[in-house]
Design a protein around this ligand. Structure first.
Ligand code: GTP
Length: 598
């Protein structure tokens, strides 16, 4: 294949604007798939992704296209994940490309995520081809969206492609424009090898499968390769491309996008963003932009059944092989027993891992409320990083507590500016900027504590704006805050897994709210259970769960055995997610109750 006939590109879009549907059309048109192989949305490989309708892992497909100029072209379509938690992966997959199709919904217009991804594409110097999708919708407003693309993104939209991925309109034009607008990869096959790892996953037979794009030089089977960030060396055992089925190759050279295996035992040794070079003729410098990913939110994961502790450890070990941004360490809670403190890139990442543990490994979990990392400066000058609220030192020993802030960007129709600002204010946000995108849309920027984003920010935003707001954030740094630890006592005993950190101004209100909430969630026991919220030794809120009146079985009048059994079975089912803490039975929901504001 001639390098000048190679085109490497991505599709960037806000969630639901039609990225996967368009990818399917492109695959169809380039005959990459036979009818039988054509699954509905090929690029979203994992079950979980399909169910959630979001793309998590990246993929790359090689396509053959005969253009109108009569020449054969080789396309590599590189898929990108579409959620804020995975921004870094988006940015690495874009770094593997020379161009991007920017898909904008003709009815919705530009959304926060579209904008975030376009900036990433511009950072990577990509050629951007705007595609206005869903023009078949009656509510499509092509002129408005064109104007928006020009005003907000600042790229010409005159020649934007009008498309409907659903009805197959505009697909031929897209393929031709990929050929005419996107440059071929520029590298030199004779230079020392530089290959970007833009994704990697673990396969139990072959070890790590690294998805790579060759930027300079080439790699052959049997070559000794070196990972430039970690310094580790491996011998290449397999090379290939996805068409979309994997097809093995003897060599990958400049412009190729495919996979590599080399008996690598852990994805941590094949990090997204790292540069592969050859051990015997290494490149002088790695490709730019490598970043080590650090978790942003933490939570405790505990098996409902203590006997599953080792299974949980194994599940985490297995998941870690596939996900180098997952972190965990053993944790012991007085209330919940043995478990793990886990770190995640964001809330979605956290939910996905929890779900996979429950679904793929069949372990019922109790998860504690997510927490951010607090910086605690002690009176003696020592600085601690606290990601577990129950480990917060005593107030009298603390000089200052600092918490992470994010720059949050919310994009909404005019009518909702009021409600959005109200939510941001309530979440301790500091107003930064407000920018009108056109006569009816606004981009609002606030500086907000990350912990407040973790607490149901997105849900409130969605409900207060009827789902019209879109939202994006990036970490902006640490700022001092007047924070205190709040403990929850049940039956007079502190339940460590329920402790949380709260701003002093909100402490009273939140303590009261949580005590009320727990009263509703925790079932009545044989005895009365006082619920208290306290700061230090000072109780700020108190309620009581009344004692249970009747035995469940008394309703059955002793007679019908099968009915009795059913009732007991039902109770057992309900118990699955209950945890005995001291003498009190607590359901899973209780541990999440601190997340709800009001
Ligand atoms: P994520 O995978 O969540 O990022 O979404 P996506 O951007 O891949 O969107 P997807 O292709 O899953 O499309 C979202 C919805 O829009 C689906 O219900 C599609 O059927 C629909 N859709 C996609 N393209 C068109 C189109 O051209 N016209 C219409 N009317 N609907 C479309």
């Amino acid at each position: 294949n001639k390098q000048r006939n190679v085109r490497n590109f991505s599709i960037i879009a806000h969630i639901d604007h039609g990225k996967s549907t368009l990818a399917d059309r492109i695959l169809e048109k380039t005959k990459a798939l036979t009818e039988r192989e054509m699954k509905e949305q090929f690029l979203d490989a994992m079950d979980l992704e399909r169910e959630r309708g979001i793309t998590i892992k990246l993929n790359a497909v090689q396509l053959q296209y005969e253009a109108n100029d009569g020449e054969d072209y080789l396309f590599h379509l590189i898929d990108t994940p579409g959620h804020v938690d995975f921004t870094y992966e988006v940015s690495r997959s874009l770094a593997a490309c020379e161009g991007a199709l920017l898909v904008v919904d003709a009815a919705q217009g530009i959304e926060a995520q579209t904008l975030a991804n376009v900036y990433l594409a511009l950072d990577n110097d990509l050629e951007i081809i705007p595609v206005i999708n869903k023009i078949d919708l009656p509510s499509a407003d092509v002129e408005r969206v064109k104007q928006e693309i020009e005003d907000v993104i600042g790229i010409p939209a005159d020649d934007a492609i009008l498309a409907s991925a659903k009805s197959g309109i505009g697909i031929d034009e897209i393929l031709e424009r990929i050929v005419s607008d996107i440059p071929a990869p520029a590298g030199d096959p004779e230079e020392p090898t530089k290959a970007l790892i833009f994704d990697s996953l673990y396969d139990s037979y072959r070890g790590v499968i690294a998805y790579t794009c060759i930027k300079e030089g080439s790699i052959k089977i049997g070559d000794k390769i070196k990972m430039m960030q970690t310094g580790k060396e491996f011998e290449v055992s397999e090379l290939g491309v996805f068409t979309p089925e994997p097809v093995k190759k003897e060599e990958l050279t400049v412009g190729d996008v495919g996979f590599l295996t080399a008996s690598i035992k852990n994805v941590g040794d094949s990090r997204v963003g790292d540069t592969i070079t050859l051990a015997k003729n290494p490149a002088a410098e790695p490709l730019p932009g490598y970043k080590r990913l650090n978790p942003m939110v933490y939570c405790g994961l505990f098996p409902v059944d203590a006997d599953n502790y080792n299974d949980l450890r194994e599940a985490l070990e297995r998941l870690e092989l596939n996900d180098s941004s997952l972190q965990y360490e053993a944790e012991t809670s007085q209330a919940l027993g043995f478990g793990f403190r886990c770190g995640f890139l964001g809330l979605l990442h956290m939910e996905i891992i929890q779900e996979r543990i429950e679904r793929e490994f069949n372990i019922d979990l109790i998860t504690t409320a997510p927490s951010v990392i607090y910086e605690v400066e002690m009176n003696d000058g020592e600085v601690l990083n606290i990601e577990n609220p129950s480990l917060m030192p005593e107030t009298k020993n603390i000089k200052e507590v600092r918490e992470p802030f994010v720059k949050a960007t919310v994009m909404v129709p005019n009518d909702f500016v009021g409600p959005v600002m109200e939510i941001c204010q309530k979440k301790r946000g500091a107003f930064v900027d407000m920018e009108y995108l056109d006569e009816n849309r606004v981009n609002i920027t606030y500086d907000i504590p990350l912990s407040e984003i973790v607490y149901d920010f997105f849900d409130q935003l969605k409900s207060q704006t009827k789902g019209y707001a879109s939202f994006d954030y990036e970490l902006s740094g640490y700022q001092p805050s007047n924070l205190v630890k709040m403990d929850i006592l049940l039956n007079g005993e502190t339940v460590d897994a329920l402790s949380f950190i709260v701003h002093r101004d909100f402490a009273y209100h939140r303590g009261k709210h949580i005590a009320e909430k727990l009263k509703k969630i925790i079932p009545r026991q044989q005895f009365e259970v006082p619920v208290q919220a306290s700061i230090g030794n000072k109780v700020v809120a108190r309620t009581t769960i009344k004692a249970m009146r009747k035995n469940v079985l008394s309703k059955c009048y002793g007679g019908d055995i099968s009915r009795k059994r059913k009732l007991l079975e039902k109770q057992k089912e309900g118990k699955k997610r209950m945890k005995m803490v001291g003498k009190v039975e607590i359901p899973q929901e209780a541990f999440m109750s601190v997340l709800e504001m009001s």
